[in-house]
Every structure is written in structure tokens, then in C-alpha cells.
Design a protein around this ligand. Structure first.
Ligand SMILES: Cc1cc2nc3c(=O)[nH]c(=O)nc-3n(C[C@H](O)[C@H](O)[C@H](O)COP(=O)(O)OP(=O)(O)OC[C@H]3O[C@@H](n4cnc5c(N)ncnc54)[C@H](O)[C@@H]3O)c2cc1C
Ligand SMILES: *[C@@H]1O[C@H](CO)[C@@H](O)[C@H](O)[C@H]1NC(C)=O
Ligand SMILES: *[C@@H]1O[C@H](CO)[C@@H](O)[C@H](O)[C@H]1NC(C)=O
Length: 240
């Protein structure tokens, strides 16, 4: 028996249709049916992604299973269930390595980002409306508690709850900190919270065609399995 009706209890606006925004829209749809109206605002004209692989770790596998998405994503994984045999190796050790210690936070299986995005897109619930070319610039709060969203094209919309899923240069986060009560946050720190800053860690990545790797080393571990190599430089541990 369902208690949901066609009249939503309240409206949720999600800013940004990346992995975070899409997963939230799917989750609300799955657990709240039509009780919550969802509006998803995306700055670009489509839902897409750049980049190559993303790791589906054992923990993410559990989440995808709870959302009923694991079966679909499993077709794109190299191995059906994340194994705990991934290896870690320091770059000054020529061979072998150490088994990744934790089956909970284990590295998991890589999947192409586009496959993940496509599956999430297919599961956007009917209670969710996607608005393209809507770049949020800021929002204002009404005395009633609801919010007015302002977009770069000078349009605006109303909502009850706003979720910022608009990535590293989030406009939601920016407005949140610009308008936060000065007693809650040290005002001298606000600029630091608004603008992303470099932590000092570098990560180098490259994609190499399998044929090239075969030419160089027909026995390379990565042809069969997953390995993370940790580089050591000036006493710092980097990754990959
Ligand atoms: C090279 C690289 C490799 C990575 N590999 C992994 C990995 O293997 N595993 C892993 O878990 N994570 C990985 N990450 C991190 C992962 O990509 C991010 O954590 C994840 O994409 C963040 O998702 P998100 O939805 O918060 O933001 P994003 O993916 O950045 O999505 C933000 C969305 O919001 C939209 N948007 C932005 N501003 C606005 C606005 N003002 N109004 C409306 N819409 C807006 C954007 O167009 C975009 O669609 C990697 C990151 C990089 C750069
Ligand atoms: C808020 O966004 C609107 C629409 O883009 C813009 O006209 C306005 O100047 C912005 N206000 C602030 C305080 O940034
Ligand atoms: C690859 O492994 C095979 C079998 O162990 C060995 O005979 C061969 O010499 C190796 N090739 C290289 C380039 O290391």
C-alpha cells in the first residue's frame, strides 16, 4: 500500500547533473516516489562527462545494489564483483607488490564514466525535471524559508531545499558562505572556503592503448590485473 499522492510534499532543487546530482535524483525518486518534486539544473546543454575510468569500490557496489543499478553496471565491469587482490607497489620495487589491505575500501573495478552516467540518466525518476542551460549564479532566501534561484540567463525559479552538486567551483557553496551568519564561521576564513585551493599533492594520469603496452612489455601486470604504483620523490609519497 502506498501513501504517496500526486501532490508533492516539498520541492528539492539539485544544482548540477554530475555523478553527485544524478545519484541524488535517482535516490530521492527511489525512496520518496512522487512525494518530493525534484528539479535538476545543469549549466550545460546535456548530461555528459569528460574523463575516462572511475573506480567502483566495494562500498560503491553496495550503494549501487541498494539503488537497483548494480546489475546494469556489472556488464561494464572487468570482474563481476570487486576482488580484494588489487596490488600496491612502490616504484622502486621492480616487481610484485602488496595486496590492498581492505576489502571494504578496496579499489574496486574501473568502469568508463560515460557508462555510469548513461545508466544514471536512464534512471532519472519521473518526479524529476531536468533543466538544461541553467547555470546558477546565486540564490536568495525568502522570509517564508523558501529560496529563489538565480541563473546566468537572468531567469529564476523557486524551491524549498537546494542541494549544491555543482562541482569544485560550486556557486551554491559560494553563495552559502557569502551569506552565512558571521557568528557561525570566522569571516577571515570565508574566502578560503569559497575558492578551491591546491593541497600540494599532484596526481599524474595518462591513458595508454593496450597495443602499445604489449609492445613494451608483453608481461605487464596491468594487462591482466589492477596495480597502483606509488612514486617516491623528495621524501613525499605520491600516487600512481
Ligand atoms: C582525472 C580525475 C580522475 C578521477 N577519478 C576518480 C575515480 O576513479 N573514482 C572516484 O570516485 N572519483 C574520481 N574522481 C573524482 C570525481 O570525478 C569527482 O569527485 C566527481 O566527479 C564529483 O562529482 P560531482 O557530481 O560532485 O561534480 P561534477 O562531476 O564536477 O559535476 C558538476 C556538474 O554541475 C554542473 N555545474 C557546475 N556549475 C554549475 C552551476 N553554477 N549551475 C548549474 N550546474 C553547474 C557541471 O556542468 C557538472 O555537470 C576523479 C577526478 C578527476 C579530475
Ligand atoms: C545574482 O545572479 C543574478 C543573475 O545572474 C545577477 O544578475 C546578480 O547580479 C547576482 N547577484 C549577486 C549578489 O551576485
Ligand atoms: C614474459 O614471460 C614469459 C613467461 O614467463 C617469459 O618467457 C618472457 O621472457 C617474458 N617476456 C619479457 C619481455 O619479460
Amino acid at each position: 500500500m502506498s501513501f504517496s499522492s500526486d501532490t508533492p510534499k516539498f520541492r528539492v532543487a539539485i544544482c548540477g547533473a554530475g555523478i553527485g546530482g544524478l545519484v541524488l535524483a535517482v535516490t530521492i525518486g527511489k525512496f520518496a516516489n512522487r512525494d518530493i518534486q525534484v528539479d535538476l539544473y545543469e549549466a550545460h546543454d546535456s548530461i555528459t562527462t569528460i574523463g575516462a575510468g572511475i573506480m567502483i569500490s566495494p562500498r560503491i557496489t553496495d550503494v549501487l545494489e541498494a539503488l537497483g543499478l548494480y546489475e546494469e553496471i556489472s556488464h561494464f565491469l572487468k570482474k563481476p564483483r570487486a576482488s580484494s587482490h588489487e596490488q600496491l607497489r612502490k616504484s622502486d620495487i621492480p616487481e610484485g607488490g602488496f595486496e590492498w589491505f581492505s576489502p571494504i575500501v578496496g579499489l574496486g573495478n574501473p568502469v568508463h564514466r560515460q557508462h555510469l552516467i548513461d545508466i544514471l540518466k536512464r534512471h532519472i525518476p519521473s518526479s524529476c525535471t531536468v533543466h538544461f542551460n541553467k547555470r546558477l549564479t546565486n540564490y536568495t532566501k525568502l522570509s517564508t524559508g523558501s529560496l529563489i534561484l538565480h541563473f546566468a540567463d537572468e531567469s529564476s525559479d523557486n524551491t524549498d531545499v537546494l542541494i549544491g552538486a555543482d562541482g569544485i567551483r560550486s556557486s551554491v557553496r559560494k553563495t552559502f558562505f557569502e551569506t552565512i551568519d558571521g557568528d557561525l564561521v570566522d569571516p577571515s576564513k570565508i574566502g578560503h572556503y569559497i575558492d578551491p585551493s591546491w593541497t600540494g599533492t599532484l596526481m599524474y594520469r595518462a591513458v595508454v592503448p593496450v597495443e602499445k603496452l604489449l609492445e613494451t612489455d608483453p608481461n605487464a601486470t596491468t594487462l591482466e590485473d589492477f596495480i597502483v604504483v606509488s612514486l617516491r620523490e623528495s621524501g613525499h609519497d605520491g600516487q600512481e
